[in-house]
Design a protein around this ligand. Structure first.
Ligand SMILES: [Zn+2]
Length: 342
């Protein structure tokens, strides 16, 4: 037996024991968009899209394992051990139109509750979905150039690889702009190529009438996800509280209901830390989910503003899901952190 074989042997021998500690009570799934099978060339935005068939398979995966499909409101009963069954909670971030047109019919068919975390600028049609504008721009042009902060940017886009590289480069450049600089850069770039800034949000986001329609169904929970989807690390404590409280107020007045759940924008360890979690406990929000990957443990009862989720993207396989929910992935890979918070 060489070292690798020995390691594999040990892992296989101990993993059932340890994975039982790591599997926890259940999972909160994070999705963004559910769409028909995509056609044509695409750049990296596909990471936030799964197909309708993939969503059905995901539901069937948990059905076969006899999981309870529950809403965020029911989470407490499971955390406190009042109900001793495995659970899964479906959540969708941002408020894309396909949540109604493509995801909802599937959730309805299987009677699965789900939550949509709405960025209120989506239904207010004030968000610039620059990641989709950028994808369209790079796919149609053979080269682009623009000025930003007295620097000239020039890109040749003759091959698909060049388009992909440029997408990644510009995505990073736009994401890391501070304050007004981001909007300046976006305006500069897209107006040069005659792309209307709000066209994507008009076509791709839910409007208020549709959100009200969804909210009328007991299967659906509408929750908050800020007004502008900022990175919390880049803004002050007061600004964070304003983003949260204002989005809650807007949703509550439009829907005439109480908003009790929240998801951090982006939600990676870079964007959510101790400060953000402490701030959330000063609001009326009862649960906050992050983008950290992890299973839900009984101990999360004491960390209701740092609930990890399970990201499902187009490349998430059944094998991966089963390793994840068994606790194998969090035990074998990563930090061996059993209770993922921030
Ligand atoms: Zn989001």
């Amino acid at each position: 037996m060489d070292t690798t074989q020995a390691k594999t042997f040990i892992k296989n021998a101990i993993s059932p024991l340890f994975s039982s500690l790591y599997q926890g009570l259940g999972q909160i799934i994070v999705l963004h968009r559910v769409i028909p099978e995509p056609k044509g060339e695409r750049l990296r935005n596909t990471g936030i899209e799964i197909t309708e068939q993939h969503l059905e398979e995901l539901i069937v995966f948990f059905k076969k394992r006899d999981y309870d499909f529950i809403s965020l409101d029911e989470l407490q009963d499971y955390l406190q051990g009042k109900i001793k069954r495995k659970f899964v909670i479906f959540t969708l971030d941002d408020g894309y139109l396909d949540n109604l047109t493509h995801a909802y019919p599937i959730f309805k068919k299987f009677n699965v509750p789900f939550t949509i975390y709405v960025t209120t600028n989506f239904p207010d049609k004030k968000a610039v979905l620059w990641w989709y504008l950028l994808e369209d721009l790079l796919l149609k042009e053979q080269s682009i150039s623009f000025n930003h902060q007295e620097e000239l940017f020039n890109f040749e886009l003759r091959s698909f690889a060049a388009k992909e590289d440029t997408f990644n480069y510009l995505r990073h450049l736009i994401k890391t702009q501070e304050g007004n600089e981001q909007l300046k850069l976006i305006k500069n770039l897209f107006s040069k190529y005659n792309m209307p800034l709000y066209e994507k949000v008009e076509n791709m986001a839910l409007d208020w009438r549709q959100i009200i329609q969804l909210n009328a169904d007991p299967l659906v929970t509408i929750a908050a996800h800020t007004v502008n989807h900022p990175s919390f690390k880049a803004i002050s404590e007061n600004q964070i509280l304003e983003e949260v409280n204002q989005s809650v107020q807007i949703l509550e007045s439009k829907l005439n209901t109480t908003i009790e759940h929240f998801a951090y924008p982006f939600g990676s360890p870079v964007e959510v830390g101790v400060r953000e979690v402490e701030l959330m406990s000063k609001t009326n929000i009862k649960t906050s989910t992050t983008g950290r990957m992890g299973n839900i443990m009984p101990e999360h009862q004491n960390h209701l503003h740092a609930l990890p989720r399970l990201y499902v993207g187009p490349r998430t396989t059944e094998r991966y899901l089963s390793d994840f929910i068994s606790g194998k992935i969090s035990f074998i890979t990563g930090s061996k952190q059993r209770i993922v918070t921030i």
